[in-house]
Write a protein of this length. Structure first.
Length: 318
């Protein structure tokens, strides 16, 4: 009977699942059930839950900090396979009968823009599947430009679906990671002409400002790694603070981060390391969120792709 749980890893904020779907029995995918952890307390399931699902078997991208590429690439997940992940998360972890907000984040394994047609259909169908949990879709992309207009078409279809089925109450996130475009090319392992630069992200968001303001602000994700540039002057010059939230997170310890010697400038052991820079960005009018990974998450290697990699390694050694 599929979907089938191959493995799981728990911590105090949630559970990571490695799930086998009938679309491809040889390639399990990761999904996550999580609760926010604020001031030492879990946010109740009645208030908010976060479900993070994969959109691809592995990932066609090869970001230097991410363990997902170590699991190879197996193509796009079907609509059914994405919804199967959600069913696992809800059935295994959800104890409350109702929830004020269930954020469904398409972000674990895969680049959603490469599979946007299936992603948009799955997020549309989500609306009718869990009405008691008030689902809110979240589409996260690195905005690759390896296929002409792929990202543009993906975002247009996503926002169009969000307007029609969620009255605009959907979220869009970009994995930016640096304000230095040459550095971003290295991080993404892409030619500098093959992804949207900050100026292109800004142009798109300015064109869709009315839709964005109707729902959730656009989140720009930056990994707070040693040597990764987050320049407040660049942010102020290019971006309209009224359209964005700047989110800074640590590097998740993984096979990739260790192999590429990428260390975090901010983590559970030094949570305030970037506070001076964050204060400057805030002074420029931006809302900044600092999200520090819990110690147990870092020490048990719970980053994207890591559980799949460990399972693959275990199977190889048996």
């Amino acid at each position: 009977m599929y979907p089938k749980i191959v493995n799981r890893m728990n911590n105090k904020t949630g559970t990571i699942f490695l799930v086998q779907v009938k679309q491809n029995l040889d390639f399990p995918v990761e999904c996550v059930f999580a609760q926010d952890y604020i001031n030492g307390k879990l946010v109740s399931q009645e208030d908010k839950i976060v479900c993070i699902i994969s959109s691809q078997f592995g990932c066609a991208m090869k970001c230097e900090y991410c363990a997902v590429p170590y699991n190879r690439f197996g193509g796009n997940l079907s609509v059914e396979s994405m919804l199967d992940q959600l069913n696992i998360l809800v059935n295994e972890c959800m104890e409350a009968d109702e929830c004020a907000k269930m954020k469904v984040h398409v972000a674990r394994e895969g680049e959603p823009s490469f599979n946007y047609k299936n992603v948009v259909i799955a997020l549309r169908e989500l609306k009718g599947l869990y009405p008691a949990f008030n689902p809110m879709p979240c589409f996260t992309t690195m905005a690759p430009d390896t296929i002409p207009k792929q990202t543009l078409n993906a975002l247009n279809e996503y926002l169009k679906m969000g307007d029609k089925y969620y009255d605009g109450e959907v979220q869009l996130q970009f994995s930016v990671n640096s304000t230095d475009e040459e550095q971003r090319a290295r991080i993404f392992n892409l030619p500098i002409t093959k992804f949207w630069h900050l100026a292109e992200i800004s142009h798109y968001c300015n064109l869709n400002a009315d839709k964005i303001k109707k729902g959730r602000l656009v989140t720009l994700n930056f990994i707070g790694a040693e040597g990764y540039t987050i320049n407040p002057d660049v942010l102020e010059e290019i971006l309209d603070p009224e359209l964005y939230v700047i989110k800074i997170t640590p590097v998740n310890t993984s096979k990739a981060s260790v192999a590429n010697k990428i260390s975090s400038a901010i983590d559970w052991s030094k949570p305030n390391a970037l506070d001076e820079q964050i204060a400057i960005i805030s002074e420029r009018g931006f809302n900044v969120i600092k999200s520090v990974t819990a110690q147990v998450e870092d020490e048990t290697f719970m980053g994207c792709g890591q559980l799949g990699f460990l399972e693959k390694e275990k199977t190889t050694n048996e």
